[in-house]
Design a protein around this ligand. Structure first.
Ligand code: NAD
Length: 483
């Protein structure tokens, strides 16, 4: 039998009711039914409590004295506990935002490995030593920042435990993690696992709430860093609140409008599943999804019908329960997300040719048919703006130079995919694409050791994952010793 859903805040190693007295509801996007009516919302005094607990843990608690080995030991234990509880975490996320459990599990089962990866780093935070010069001996050591707040998007919340909580703790910070109001359940559930793993009180705090709670964190004078994943608009607000308060460090991982380029020599048997299933994973609600597809004009007559029929066959599965492990595609996350995507589809119908999809599927819940638009007007919103749903926009190109210009003609720069059997061309094009990651002959998938982040307005230059993400949660201190 499923355990009862935890709806309270997790502060100082205890589940507590919000002092704000405010709650939010979570509805199942499959049919609109109520999942939880009383998710506690962190207001000002709740955020202050979380910050006080995290500050005490950072400055005075046992955590402040822990060696890297001790921090690593707790991270390893947490990884094991998370692994044992993954099915429940995935079920809770699926209930709240509709991601099918099969696909969700594929991502979620990588998360313990991220915690183990960073556990291994906790006792290897090396600095630099320089040869003595002009009468002084100099070295640089890396130190944690203090209280770090993490603000998450809802599409794969557990990935943000891995990208944010794991490296922040390995580096010795204390953490306040805010889930999205659309997907708060798994993030509250894991609180007890941190206690069980042995983390001292205040080291990890989990809060919920919408924009107001996020703003309280971004504007808080005692928080030293915000690690944010979400939209460009909200990222701007976070940066502004951070600048107006205590100039805290801000790491922004923002939206995408990523290109996929298919050259005439591509292996279509490989490209099609990546362009269809790869793109439609989580109903296209993936920041790095390849939403702009550029096909060489010589193969468009062949590829577009194959893509159309693949999208239509995926569409047949729409409406199946996301809790069924065999379901590939689910609804979009909630009514706001549904209306937003449908607005773009309505605009697309006026500014481009509709190849397939374009409608709600069924009459309950938030299922949207996988949709393809072709050759939009140059200023159509569907080619310029992030839709964050199952809507692909296709254009054709003639030359390599032309398609590089088309791919780069955007303010986004998160990811890109290139399909060709010519490795020289693939690497040449990859180096000219303005994005933080490029996948060759596959759809982008995050990995624990590589850097993830955006060029241009998809981020502010910071990177998550790997050693890059770890360094984001540390600051360098130079020490001069006079000889
Ligand atoms: P969002 O910007 O609406 O919300 C993100 C988070 O910010 C939520 O927790 C929300 O409660 C909080 N928030 C809202 N207003 C705030 C404010 N004024 N101050 C502080 N916090 C505030 O984004 P979303 O709808 O949750 O997620 C979708 C967006 O996230 C898309 O643009 C997607 O591309 C992007 N995303 C980026 C990445 C990445 O790593 N680059 C990953 C996933 C999603």
């Amino acid at each position: 039998m499923a355990t009862p859903i935890e709806t309270r805040l997790f502060i100082n190693n205890e589940y507590v009711e919000a002092k704000s007295g405010q709650t939010i509801q979570v509805h199942n996007p499959v049919d609109g039914s109520l999942i939880a009516s009383n998710i506690h919302v962190a207001g000002e005094s709740d955020v202050d409590d979380a910050v006080a607990a995290a500050t005490k843990a950072f400055k005075e608690g046992p955590w402040s004295q822990f060696t890297g080995t001790q921090r690593g030991k707790l991270l390893y234990r947490f990884a094991d506990l998370l692994e044992q509880n993954l099915d429940e975490v995935v079920r809770l996320e699926s209930l709240a935002m509709g991601i099918p459990v099969g696909g969700a599990k594929m991502i979620a089962q990588k998360i313990p490995a991220y915690f183990r990866y960073y556990a291994g780093y906790a006792d290897k935070l090396e600095g630099d030593v320089f040869p003595p010069e002009e009468g002084s001996y100099n070295f640089v050591q890396y130190e944690p920042l203090g209280v770090v707040a993490c603000i998450a998007a809802w599409n794969t919340t557990y990935l943000y435990y891995a990208w944010k909580i794991a490296p922040a703790l390995a580096a010795g910070n204390t953490v306040i993690f805010k889930t999205s109001e659309k997907s708060p359940l798994g993030g509250l559930f894991i609180g007890k696992l941190f206690v069980e793993a042995g983390f001292p009180p205040g080291v990890v705090n989990l809060v919920t709430g919408a924009g107001q709670t996020g703003h309280l964190l971004a504007a808080h004078p005692k928080i030293r860093m915000i690690s944010f994943t979400g939209s460009i608009n909200t990222g701007r607000k976070v940066q502004e609140a951070a600048a107006k308060s205590n100039l805290k460090k801000v790491s922004l991982e923002l939206g995408g409008k990523s290109p996929a380029i298919v050259f005439e020599d591509a292996d279509l048997a490989n490209a099609v599943p990546n362009l269809a299933h790869g793109f439609l994973f989580n109903s296209g609600q993936v920041c790095a999804a390849a939403t702009r597809l550029y096909i060489h004009e010589s193969i468009s007559d062949k590829l577009i019908p194959i893509l159309k029929s693949t999208f239509e066959s995926i569409s047949q599965g729409l409406g199946s329960s996301p809790l069924d492990p065999n379901t590939f595609i689910g609804p979009v996350a909630d009514s706001a997300q549904f209306e937003n995507v449908m607005r773009y589809i309505a605009e697309g119908k006026k500014t481009a040719q509709l190849i397939t999809g374009g409608n709600q599927k069924g009459d309950k819940g938030f299922f949207i048919e996988p949709t393809i638009f072709y050759e939009p007007n140059p200023n159509a919103k569907i080619i310029k703006e992030e839709i964050f749903g199952p809507v692909l926009v296709v254009q054709t190109f003639k030359t390599e130079e032309e398609v590089i210009a088309m791919a780069n003609d955007t303010e986004y720069g998160l990811s890109a995919s290139i399909y060709t059997e010519n490795i020289s061309r693939a690497l040449r094009v990859a180096s000219k694409i303005e994005s933080g990651s490029v996948a060759i002959n596959c759809a982008f998938r995050p990995e624990k050791s590589t850097a993830f982040g955006g060029y241009k307005q998809s981020g502010n230059g910071t990177r998550e994952s790997g050693k890059y993400g770890l360094h984001d949660f540390m600051q360098a201190k130079t020490i001069h010793v006079k000889l």
